[in-house]
Write a new protein. Sequence first.
Length: 271
Amino acid sequence: MSRTVETSRPPAEARALGARLGLVVLVSVPAFLIVALLAVAVEGAWAPLHRLDGSASDHMHRLAVAHPAWVTAMSVVSNVGSPTVMRTLVGLLAVVLWIRHARRLALWAAATIAGGALIDVVLKAAVGRARPHFSNPVALASGGSFPSGHAFTATLGAGVLLLWALPLLSTRGRIAAWIVAVLVPLAVGVSRVALGVHWVSDVVGGWLLGAGLLALTAAAFESWRQERGLGRAHPVTEGVDPEDTHVAAHSDEAAAHSEEVAARSDESGQR
């Protein structure tokens, strides 16, 4: 007697769970692990890391001292991509989304950027690393050095804005948006080393921390969506909540349609 082996695709719930685990296992866990190792290396004054950071900082400082225009450009990049600017942008986005009835997405954006701000403060205080010091600095900054708050928040902020905007873009637009979302934190991180206010390992830690936290909150948000019976979202192409993004984008049209229907009803009633 022969037996027929039936093959079928895994249920939607299993595929969705696999996607969430993929974000956590492939992005968040490695990122957080490397950040933890960097923190231990910083605390233990690991010689290879110390030499790498010192060499890169000295080289970038010599470049900055010799080229004032480079310092000006890096200062502009640093200021535009500062934590204050990034948090303000995401905060304004969350307010607009809330007003336009995309409240799931608004809560995710606000929670992600606020969580990042808290983690930044706690880690800086816990590690307590001193910033680079030069006899003729081209820029100054206060507070702890590890991780770079600029690199961390730029990665997080650019990621939140990207995952909100993706459903509204064409294929080419999505590619361009991904490129911008990578280049912005990259440029901001480089600017902090160029200005002599962070070590290279501070910036790398900030980038990894931002990517890891973004992936973690996106996975948690996807679980929240699944609990409410919404379809699976593909973050790379669709963002974290395509339904809410479209609700916010078309809320004016919906309101106008409702007003038009109400006006027609009033006219019919008067007749």
